[in-house]
Design a binder for this molecule. Structure first.
Ligand SMILES: [Zn+2]
Length: 457
């Protein structure tokens, strides 16, 4: 476990200040905001649905990268970055973090990146799903050019938030919205398909962090929700319901920046869907949930900010041989062929297929009030519920789609049940096989290592 905290003279001065200043001053933190439009300026292929046949054109509304920087009395700075994108890669987040560390001395673990997982945003180069789209050279080059710009936009957004740090306050509460539905429908003859499961687990929490400036003006509102951003699948760029929710909140609190963080919604869909009016409706429902939180009593958040970040190796089932991979190159399913080509290339590059996937896990604590757990990939809802079982539920802000988007991350239950989230989606991620049954324990044990002993074992 790595705990990044500055100690020494600064913290001794801070303790001295706490002792001689009124209690309300002791709660003061610094808050900074950055925001950048990241809507493609020229046509880029759209991410999420493999069935699209042309790049995106036009927009419903802009896509954004937004950052909220927090600094405690000891001088520890942590920045959360949200994006209206399908998913960020470890290459992108680590690369941008390296530049931030060089510019500001802030370590990797103090930067938390989240993607809303909108299916109406551009393809991001080197996302594990990249091979799925089967892009020609022109569209590949466009995605590469977009991703280069994105790296710069992310750096600027974070840099702006850090330079904007000013005294303010943070507060916390959890709201509720119910449009996210469990989508794992069990078929009468066995198997699981993408539909609606009225008794499947859901997570309807709307964790909300409110940042005010020293005069009490609302500066930033970070909120989360655990549901796929798949209401629509048109050819125009949009943030889907999460984009509408951010617009709703920013209209409700003029001058504030609204940041959306996707939770563990890999097996959750907004239902019904496929109409733009529904994305707007769900955005308004989520926005109203945030308003209900912000307009009522919230718990003050104090420091210290504690940040922990660790990458573990998740184990996959045994890899196929090169001969087995090459047999699949003539498969009738084009996605099987695309995966086989990717695996064949990996054999050429590395001489073997890796049977593990690197998996970053991040846990932050904001004083005694909030515990933020950021998990990579498309994480099923069971993880959020497990974290809220083991730790006080009223303190938990659980994020999926964070820091990297390498695969679907099933729980043991989902892995054993099978279906898309249980292993079927590995085809589209270009990965040879499902995870081993150890996946859930490996992740939960690391969360416990980073967060400390659970209150419910
Ligand atoms: Zn997804």
């Amino acid at each position: 476990m790595r705990v990044f905290r500055k100690t020494g003279l600064a913290s001794m001065l801070a303790i001295a200040l706490v002792l001689i200043t009124p209690w309300s001053m002791a709660e003061e933190m610094k808050i900074g905001i950055g925001r950048t439009i990241i809507t493609p300026q020229s046509p880029v292929w759209m991410a999420g649905y493999a069935s699209r046949t042309e790049p995106g054109a036009g927009k419903v509304h802009d896509l954004w990268a937004k950052a909220m920087a927090m600094e405690d009395a000891q001088g520890t700075i942590a920045v959360i970055i949200t994006t209206d994108l399908i998913g960020l890669t470890a290459g992108i987040t680590d690369g941008v973090s390296k530049r931030i560390e060089e510019a500001h001395g802030i370590p990797r673990g103090n930067l938390m990146y989240n993607a809303s997982h909108t299916h109406s945003g551009p393809v991001v180069r080197d996302n594990a799903l990249f091979h799925m789209y089967g892009l020609d050279k022109e569209n590949t080059d466009r995605a590469i050019a977009y991703t280069q710009k994105l790296n710069e936009w992310l750096f600027q957004t974070i840099d702006t938030a850090i330079k904007d740090l000013q005294p303010g306050t943070l507060s916390w509460a959890i709201g509720e919205a119910s449009f996210g539905k469990n989508r794992r429908q069990f078929n009468p003859n066995g198997g699981v398909s993408n539909g609606f499961n009225p008794i499947g687990p859901v997570d309807h929490d709307v964790p909300t962090l409110l940042a005010k400036d020293a005069k009490g003006g609302i500066k930033g509102i970070l909120f989360g929700y655990a549901c796929h951003c798949t209401t629509v699948g048109f050819q125009e760029y949009s943030g889907d319901y999460a984009g509408y929710a951010q617009i709703h909140v920013e209209n409700a609190y003029p001058g504030a920046t609204a940041l959306f963080a996707a939770g563990c919604g890999a097996d959750q869909n907004p239902l019904p869907r496929r109409k733009l009016e529904l994305a707007e409706k769900y955005g308004a429902e989520l926005g109203h949930a945030v308003e209900a939180v912000v307009d009522n009593a919230m718990t003050p958040v104090t420091g210290p900010i504690e940040t922990n970040y660790k990458t573990i190796q998740l184990e996959l089932t045994k890899a196929p041989t090169l001969e087995e991979v090459e047999k699949t190159l003539t498969h009738s399913n084009k996605y099987e062929v695309r995966r086989a080509k990717k695996l064949q290339q990996l054999y050429k590059d590395n001489g073997k297929l890796s049977e593990t996937l690197p998996y970053p896990i991040q846990v932050w604590k904001l004083g005694e009030t909030v515990q933020m757990t950021a998990l990579a990939g498309e994480v099923v809802v069971d993880y959020s519920r497990l974290i809220k079982y083991h730790y006080p539920a009223e303190k938990q802000f659980v994020l999926g789609y964070s820091n990297d988007c390498l695969a679907y991350i099933p729980s043991l239950r989902v892995l054993q049940e099978g279906g898309y989230e249980g292993g079927g989606a590995m085809l589209y991620y270009g990965i040879h096989g499902p995870f081993k049954h150890s996946v859930q324990n490996d992740i939960m044990n690391t969360i416990k290592e980073l967060a400390g002993p659970p209150t419910t074992p």
